[in-house]
Structures are given as C-alpha cells and as structure tokens.
Design a protein around this ligand. Sequence first.
Ligand code: ZN
Length: 75
Amino acid sequence: MPSKIAFTIWRIFWDFIPNFANLIIRRVVTNDRCPRCRSKVEGSLHVFRDCPMTTEVWYLKLWSTGGHTKSQDPF
Ligand SMILES: [Zn+2]
C-alpha cells in the first residue's frame, strides 16, 4: 500500500481529517454542514462513506474500473 494512502487511512481512523465537524471545534468555521449535500454534519464517516455525493463517486469509480482498482492508481 502506498504510504500516502496508509497515512490518509491513519488520519481517518484518528479523525485528523480537517472536515467541518473538526473545524467548528477549532472555531475555523461556523457551519458544520456538508457543503456537498447540506443534509448532515460533515464528519469523517460522512465524507468518506455516508455522503450521497461520495457514494456516487465511489460507484462511478468502481463501475468505470469494472469493480477493480489498479494497485498503483487508488483514484
Ligand atoms: Zn454530504
């Protein structure tokens, strides 16, 4: 696994992603809603799993590759 991907997974696991839910705690922003769907708080799970826009991107990516991703091309 490329180190960039491993580091991103580590940041997601420890919730170190600068999403709006984290930025509102640091008082960087005043609104924690997802800017894409505007229906939920933009936490890490929402960004990478639950957001309808994210789900569509994952679906299109998997559909375009036939369900397989290249080992050196994560996106
Ligand atoms: Zn969303």
